[in-house]
Design a protein around this ligand. Structure first.
Ligand code: FHN
Length: 409
């Protein structure tokens, strides 16, 4: 039988609700996103020339972890190796790695230490299944290597990440997209065989039984996967074009960028407002999901100030309103225009995102609900009930410009 994450790991994951996604690699030097090698058809020998230029001397693991903690994020998931095949840690299984760059340090080890020291933020790893560099993935004919050699590498790397970096809260796989067509342009994306997931996931279960497994296959989760993912969309939506609109009965994780790119893009100034980010966070929570919000640090090792500011502002809002997010589950009171709800053991949280008037109308409100108050400071909120329809009146002076939360109990 294929095993799932432990109940402890699952509960932790669902209670956490908010995490930081980090896309960081040698592509940061170019500043045109993490797909630049493919989009610009950069040959391997030319792309490899980035390695001797990579020296993120401003990287400060404690500062990144502190930023996540200030934002109210309970975990971070960082790219251990993206599709470009460059390992961002000191793997024994490849020379194509950050410890062979002028930087020499292992940022994943430093983050593991900083997370353990900070105590508020757990660490998870993104790992690409697809590899545009590895000779046993892309160049089997030329190298004489076999698909099994790639599997040894991939599985071996997961074993390293499981055993050498302390507690790992999540493994996030990417690059196996069964619904996407292989064409002439992307022929080298094609895997040479199965990823042998049962074996791969077995390594995680053996060494990190509390780590959730998320595989971004843009398809129905496979046995052994703990999470259904949505990328750049909320559950049930498919504006990005690669999400399934079927929502399965699994914990959910929505991952999104702050601007339009995962890896840093120098020309992308299209940053979402803090208000929109808070709305996405609570909309995800209202549907029973976590929100994994991405930052794409610079090649020098810093998180963009525009992103850090938004994260800190989210943290300020969460300090006052976190009870309506952490530990909650999908709302039991149905959403209405501009309003979503979350719930935690008999307490319902109404998130008022948009105002049509002073009044907020909720339907199907359980009879047990007797009172309404502002979560932020306990101010009473006028509540009128007619059968199962409840009307709340929220005067302008009590509203929060990001999201006003009313507690119904
Ligand atoms: O190709 C990747 C992309 O670079 C990024 O890592 C995102 C994150 O969800 N996942 C893939 C696209 O689905």
């Amino acid at each position: 039988m294929v095993s799932q994450v432990s109940q402890k790991g699952l509960n932790w994951f669902q209670d956490a609700r908010f995490g930081m996604f980090i896309h960081w690699g040698i592509y940061s030097l170019i500043g045109r996103g993490e797909w630049v090698m493919h989009w610009e058809q950069i040959p391997v020998p030319k792309y490899e020339k980035l390695v001797p230029q990579f020296n993120p001397v401003d990287f400060d693991a404690e500062a990144w972890v502190q930023l996540a903690a200030d934002a109210g994020q309970k975990y971070m998931v960082i790219t251990s190796r993206h599709h470009d095949g460059f390992s961002m840690y000191d793997t024994a299984l490849s020379d194509y790695k950050i410890t062979n760059s002028p930087f020499q340090r292992d940022p994943l080890a430093e983050l593991a230490e900083a997370c353990a020291k900070n105590g508020q933020v757990k660490l998870g790893f993104y790992a690409s299944l697809l590899d545009w560099h590895h000779p046993a993935y892309r160049f089997r004919e030329q190298s004489g290597l076999a698909w099994d050699d790639y599997l040894d590498f991939l599985h071996g790397q997961i074993r390293e990440l499981c055993t050498d970096y302390g507690e790992v809260c999540a493994f996030w796989f990417d690059g196996d997209w069964p619904r996407h067509k292989i064409t002439e342009e992307n022929a080298y994306f094609e895997a040479g065989g199965s990823f042998e997931y049962e074996k791969l996931y077995g390594i995680i279960r053996e060494f990190q039984p509390d780590a959730v497994i998320h595989n971004n296959r843009h398809d129905e989760p496979l046995p052994g996967e703990d999470v259904q993912g949505f990328e750049q969309d909320l559950p049930g939506e498919n504006t990005a074009g690669f999400n399934t609109t079927t929502v399965y009965d699994l914990p959910i994780e929505v991952c999104m960028t702050i601007n339009n790119n995962w890896g840093i893009h120098f020309e992308d100034e299209n940053h979402k407002s803090t208000r929109r980010l808070v709305h996405n966070l609570v909309k995800s929570a209202s549907l029973g999901g976590n929100y994994l919000l991405n930052v794409g640090p610079t090649a020098e090792g810093t998180i963009l100030p525009e992103h850090a500011r938004r994260l800190r502002e989210m943290g300020v809002w969460l300090k006052l309103n976190g009870q309506a997010v952490y530990g909650t589950r999908q709302g039991l009171i149905p959403p209405s225009q501009g309003v979503v709800t979350t719930h935690k053991s008999g307490t319902h949280f109404v998130h008022v995102l948009e105002y049509r008037s002073d009044c907020v109308i909720l339907r199907d409100v359980p009879e047990s609900i007797q009172s309404a108050r502002l979560l932020r400071d306990g101010s009473p909120i006028k509540m009128k009930r007619q059968d199962d329809v409840v009307t709340l009146t929220i005067p302008a002076e009590l509203r929060d410009s990001l999201n006003t939360v009313v507690v119904l109990a």
